[in-house]
Structure formats: structure tokens, C-alpha cells
Design a protein around this ligand. Structure first.
Ligand SMILES: Cc1cc2nc3c(=O)[nH]c(=O)nc-3n(C[C@H](O)[C@H](O)[C@H](O)COP(=O)(O)OP(=O)(O)OC[C@H]3O[C@@H](n4cnc5c(N)ncnc54)[C@H](O)[C@@H]3O)c2cc1C
Length: 382
């Protein structure tokens, strides 16, 4: 492509920030418009799990590619992302769960994942502190976690260093059209034009494309997190448990971070969530049942992030049907943080080259049937 191209990215979450950086590092002109501040919504509230295990088969190629990118991401972004590659462990208690776990390990191996079953005393050795009823676990050594706010801000800062313009407090009110071509955006009192517009506006993407008669059939949900007081270092892996809404990890400073898709309330105007006491109790009880060590500490802080959940639980990434100059990347359904390096790369390729290096067909905007809606809340965010 000889001629320089210009791109506007709407949304400064981890998805938009990564896209902006991947475009800027290729020397193309990019402006990122963020209504609030970088990492203000889902990306700042996230559990930060960086896993391949348990992915929908459609997401597995992206997740495997992303884990390769995470290997070098701190160097690429010149930042400490608090990235730990100490494994992801899903634990099983009953014979039925163990049997289902073995089958799932086999299926995931066939999808190209490095995953193993750890059973009996080997499990307690691998992850001391688990409740004794857990007799087996499926383990992916290369999975882990990172700090989501640091990562999002580091994408944005790296984009700026490569020439991107990042504007916080800049809300896009509508898209500008010339026939069926999207030619720019309008913020309060200002029109901005570009060759391409990318919508990475998380739970607000649906509203932005509604005037174009495109329905993104996802729903905004509040997902809740808990942070405990710091404890001595013990847990290395990210832990989930079959049939229980749980994601558990211990952070660098010793605090445990607990999630798993527990619901909270949301306010779409402020972009903020409100904690439900019932969810705090349910989440802490679930986590303590799997990892009793938690009973020695208490919850220090809790919060709710707003996430767009799609009807089939996988994201919506691709060209907007019926229009040129418009790409959508939204609806990451509780697990978009881990994919962010790859999402940014593939969307930048789609925008600048017309085709991504890994197929995004499974995530097409128009894959849903009329009337599809979200049937279930995501069982386990992270
Ligand atoms: C509690 C919780 C735990 C999670 N745990 C994990 C996990 O362990 N692992 C994992 O991989 N994923 C996890 N996720 C999911 C992951 O965090 C999200 O998929 C990801 O952050 C989505 O990023 P985003 O950029 O699409 O959305 P957001 O971070 O929501 O960013 C969208 C941005 O667009 C801005 N915006 C909206 N409208 C406009 C407009 N009109 N003009 C300008 N800007 C606009 C918003 O202000 C917002 O900052 C979790 C999510 C939550 C909420």
C-alpha cells in the first residue's frame, strides 16, 4: 500500500488502544477518541486473566496466537505489565467432573493447545492450598495473568510514542456518512474525517451503529470483582473450578483477585457499576470453598465492570455489513483482555491491508439470525 491511510478509533479500552498502537507502529495516521479516560470501563475493571484454556473453538486460534504475543509484549510496549505466565488450572471434585475434564482436555489438545490433566498428589504439589475435595485439574502451563489497567494504558502510551493522537474526554456522537461510505465522526462541536473508522466502544458499540440500521445483538452486563487484603505469596496459577463461577489469582502485592462472572448493576450514562452485596458474599464463599486459605483474609475492595456479551459468547470483529470504511471490534463477552494483542494486530491488518493474517470469519458482524439475543450470562468471566 503506497499511500498513507488515516484511521479514527472510537474507544480507549484495551481493544481500541491495541488497535491504535498496531496502526501507529506501521507509520499510519491514527486518532483514538475516548469518551472517558483510557481503561475507564471493562478494561480497567477486568480480572486480567490471560488464558487459552476453556476457549470456544472459534477463539482458540486467536488465543494461541495471543499467548505467543504476550511472551514479548512487555518489551514491545516498554512497560511492566505485571505479566505472570504461571499457568491456568481448572479443578474438579466429583468423578463426573473429572471425566468431563479429561474429555475437554482431549478436545482442546486437538485444537492445538498444550494442556494436561494433573491428578491426585501431583495437584496438591502443583497448587498448595486447594481444598482436599479437588482431586484433579486441567492445566495449561503457558496461561497466566497481567494487570489490565497497566496493559491498556501501555498500549495507548506506546501508540502515542509511535505518533498516534489520543484524546480522552472526547465522545463520538455519531458517524459521518457519504452514501454507504463512513467518512468520519462527529464529537461535541467537531467533525473529524478519516479513510477508516474503527468502533471499539465496548458496550456502547451497539448504539453507535444503530443509525446505520445495523443491530449488534449483544447486551451490556455488570461483572463483579473482589480484591482481598494482601497475604503471603502462595498461589501461582489462575484457578477456576468446574461448575462454579470462579476465577482466582494472587497479585504481585499479595492480594487475591476474585471474579468469575458474578453479576452487578450498571449505569450506562456514567459507565460505572454498582456492587451487589449478594454477589460479594456468593463470590467470596465460592472462592473460599475452593481455596480455604482465603478465610484468613477479607475483602478489601469490590467493583463492577460493564462488558458487552454477545449471544454466542464470542466477539464481533469485522467489516460493518453494507458499508465501507467501517470496522467493528466489540462484544468480547468477558474474555477479550487476553486476546488484545492479537485483536489489535488482526484489526489493523483488516483496516490497512483489507485482510487479516488469521481469519476473522467466525466473528462476522452478520453471523446472527434476526431475533438472536443473549440467552445466558457468561458463566465465568476471565
Ligand atoms: C469484571 C471483568 C472481568 C474480566 N476478566 C477478564 C479476564 O480475566 N480475562 C480476559 O481476557 N477478559 C476479561 N474480561 C473481559 C475484558 O476485560 C474485556 O473483554 C475487554 O476489556 C473489552 O475491552 P474493550 O476495549 O472492548 O471495552 P472497554 O474497556 O469497555 O472500552 C470501550 C471504551 O469505549 C469508550 N466509549 C464508549 N462509547 C464511546 C463513544 N461514543 N465515543 C468515545 N468513546 C466511547 C468507553 O468509555 C470505554 O472506555 C473481564 C471483564 C470484566 C468487566
Amino acid at each position: 500500500m503506497g499511500q498513507h491511510q488515516s484511521v479514527i478509533v472510537i474507544g480507549g479500552g484495551v481493544v481500541g488502544s491495541s488497535i491504535a498502537w498496531h496502526i501507529a507502529r506501521r507509520g499510519e495516521s491514527v486518532t483514538l477518541l475516548e469518551a472517558r479516560s483510557i481503561a475507564a470501563v471493562a478494561s480497567g475493571a477486568s480480572a486480567g486473566g490471560v488464558r487459552q484454556q476453556g476457549r470456544d473453538p472459534r477463539e482458540m486460534p486467536l488465543a494461541i496466537a495471543a499467548i505467543e504475543r504476550w511472551r514479548t509484549l512487555e518489551d514491545e510496549l516498554e512497560a511492566d505489565l505485571h505479566y505472570y505466565r504461571n499457568g491456568h488450572l481448572v479443578v474438579y471434585a466429583t468423578a463426573d467432573e473429572v471425566e468431563a475434564g479429561r474429555k475437554s482436555v482431549e478436545t482442546q489438545r486437538q485444537l492445538g493447545l498444550e494442556i494436561e490433566m494433573v491428578e491426585g498428589p501431583a495437584l496438591a504439589e502443583l497448587a498448595p492450598g486447594l481444598a482436599p475435595e479437588f482431586v484433579a485439574g486441567s492445566y495449561t502451563l503457558n496461561d497466566g495473568h497481567a494487570d489490565p489497567t497497566r496493559t491498556t494504558q501501555s498500549f495507548a502510551r506506546a501508540a502515542e510514542r509511535s505518533g498516534a493522537v489520543i484524546r480522552e474526554g472526547s465522545e463520538v456522537e455519531r458517524l459521518l456518512l457519504d452514501g454507504d461510505r463512513v467518512i468520519g465522526v462527529e464529537t461535541k462541536g467537531e467533525k473529524l474525517y478519516a479513510d477508516h473508522v474503527v468502533i471499539a466502544a465496548g458496550a456502547w458499540a451497539r448504539e453507535l451503529v444503530r443509525p446505520l440500521s445495523i443491530d449488534l445483538p449483544f447486551e451490556a452486563h455488570g461483572l463483579q470483582m473482589l480484591l482481598t487484603r494482601p497475604m503471603p505469596a502462595l498461589l501461582k496459577q489462575v484457578v477456576g473450578a468446574a461448575g462454579r463461577p470462579l476465577s482466582l489469582k494472587q497479585l504481585r502485592e499479595g492480594n487475591y483477585l476474585i471474579g468469575g462472572g458474578w453479576p452487578g448493576d450498571i449505569d450506562m450514562v456514567s459507565g460505572k457499576g454498582r456492587v451487589r452485596e449478594q454477589s460479594v458474599q456468593g463470590s467470596f464463599e465460592t472462592a473460599s470453598g475452593v481455596f480455604p486459605e482465603l478465610r484468613k483474609t477479607e475483602v478489601e475492595r469490590s467493583w463492577v465492570g460493564i462488558e458487552a456479551i454477545s449471544p454466542d459468547g464470542v466477539p464481533i470483529i469485522g467489516n460493518a455489513p453494507g458499508y465501507t470504511g467501517l470496522v467493528i471490534a466489540a462484544g468480547f463477552s468477558g474474555h477479550g483482555f487476553a486476546l488484545s494483542p492479537t485483536t489489535g494486530q488482526l484489526v489493523s491488518e483488516l483496516v490497512l491491508d483489507g485482510a487479516p493474517s488469521i481469519s476473522l470469519d467466525a466473528f462476522a458482524v452478520d453471523r446472527f439470525d434476526a431475533g438472536d439475543s443473549v440467552q445466558r450470562i457468561v458463566p465465568s468471566a476471565g
